[in-house]
Design a protein around this ligand. Structure first.
Ligand code: PLP
Ligand code: TYF
Length: 395
């Protein structure tokens, strides 16, 4: 049997971690994998997470199974964080999943279970795992235009034209709730409303992947689009990740939500989500979910977490503004102003794999081959070095 297995292509983002480690040069700069790092290059455990873990250690009296959907208190807390009061709680079916990736995977499986003919539309570009999982599940896919490498912004006309021309009832449109990965370019609320209008005209169903709530414009601002969509479409899937905004990457903490305008559908939706959990791993992991629940339900911990997250967000925003200003100074043009407009952890520079490779070879700068940079990999001292390298490479 094993003789039938073949080498699988490596994840290009994860492969970069190894390449960076193996580079002996001092002064190398890691702008690869999407993990937050502070100015010292450390991915810290957040204060509220430490406090919650202490509390859990002291108070937890059993580690027996939770439920197939995970702890209901976790779902309640996360539904509140993501959706606010955009919909009634009774309209939302929700299950804990191993990370946002688990939620994405289960969402696609739910689509396949409900409508094997559904096509999933994704932005060009999108997080490579989206496409990889869809292909693995044998689902039909189609991309829609999204990034305009001339302006560094969203090609909104192209996006709407592609959706209008191709969507039919039952198709699923995958959207990033905020902080688009890999580009950093996002729709504004007016544009979101236009997308929702197209969805409702065509009968296509949105699926929102929200993995960076709190990294863009703030916890509520980053959820605004998702909340608008939830309140204005008949059906919506949401895959949420706690990896970044709680800094609990390895705890594998996510939530899959199925929102229906018709609350009567929620019981069957909930059963379907729990069924999928059971088919794949029975009970979802609990430790990260318990940390999140402990923080979100304790006013002092929640306030401290939100404050630390806000520092993280503002720090990244400051770095992008500094980078845009430095490039403005070096080039005497506004060509790179888009870097200051992007939001979240990433920006796509919009250059060729050859120039990305040149910056790695000449300056020890590691960005993903599609020219995605993790802004959190910078600090105030390395921003000018990166800006100079971008100019020297002739980007
Ligand atoms: N979706 C997007 C767009 C992401 O960038 C990520 C990566 O972190 C995830 C989902 C899932 O992350 P995780 O499975 O670590 O929670
Ligand atoms: O895009 C990123 O860098 C993050 C982390 O298979 C990540 O989302 C990267 C690759 C992967 C899983 C997570």
């Amino acid at each position: 049997m094993f003789e039938n297995l073949k080498e699988q292509p490596a994840d290009k983002i994860l492969a970069l971690i190894e390449a960076f480690k193996a580079d002996p040069r001092d002064g190398k700069i890691d702008l690869g994998v999407g993990v937050y790092k502070n100015a010292e290059g450390v991915t810290p455990v957040m204060r509220a997470v430490k406090a919650a873990e202490k509390k859990i250690w002291e108070e937890q009296i059993t580690k027996s199974y939770t439920g197939l959907a995970g702890d209901p208190a976790y779902a309640d807390a996360m539904v509140g964080l993501v959706l606010g009061d955009a919909v009634e709680r009774g309209q939302v079916a929700a299950v804990a999943t191993p990370g946002g990736t688990g939620a994405v995977r289960q969402a696609f499986e739910l689509v396949k279970m409900a409508n094997p003919a559904a096509r999933v539309f994704y932005s060009d570009p999108t997080w490579p795992n989206h496409v990889s999982i869809l292909n693995y599940l044998g689902m039909e896919t189609q991309s829609y235009r999204y990034f305009d490498s001339e302006t560094g912004g969203v090609d909104f006309e192209g996006m709407i034209a592609d959706l209008k021309a191709n969507l039919k009832a039952g198709d699923v449109v995958l959207l990033h709730g905020c902080c688009h990965n890999p580009t950093g370019a996002n729709l504004n609320l007016v544009q979101w409303k236009e997308v929702v209008a197209v969805l409702n005209e065509t009968g296509a169903i949105p699926m929102i992947d929200i993995a960076y709530q709190g990294f863009g414009d703030g916890l509520d601002a980053d959820a605004e689009a998702t909340r608008y969509v939830a309140a204005n479409v008949p059906e919506l899937l949401i895959a949420a990740s706690c990896s970044k905004n709680f800094g609990i990457y390895r705890e594998r903490t996510g939530l899959l939500m199925a929102v229906s305008a018709d609350a009567a559908k929620t019981k069957v939706n909930q059963g379907s989500l729990a069924f999928l959990n059971r088919q794949n791993y029975s009970f979802p992991p609990d430790h990260g979910a318990r940390i999140v629940t402990t923080i979100l339900t304790d006013p002092a911990l929640r306030a401290d977490w939100a404050a630390e997250l806000e520092e993280v967000r503002l720090g990244m925003l400051e770095l992008r503004k500094q980078l845009a200003a430095e490039l403005q100074r070096l080039t005497g043009s506004d060509r790179f102003a888009f870097l200051g407009e992007h939001r979240g952890m990433f920006s796509r520079l919009g250059t060729t794999p050859e120039l990305v490779e040149k910056m790695r070879a000449d300056s020890g700068i590691y960005m993903v081959g599609d020219s995605r940079m993790n802004i959190a990999g910078l600090n105030t001292k390395t921003v000018p070095i990166l800006a100079q390298a971008i100019v020297d490479a002739g980007v």
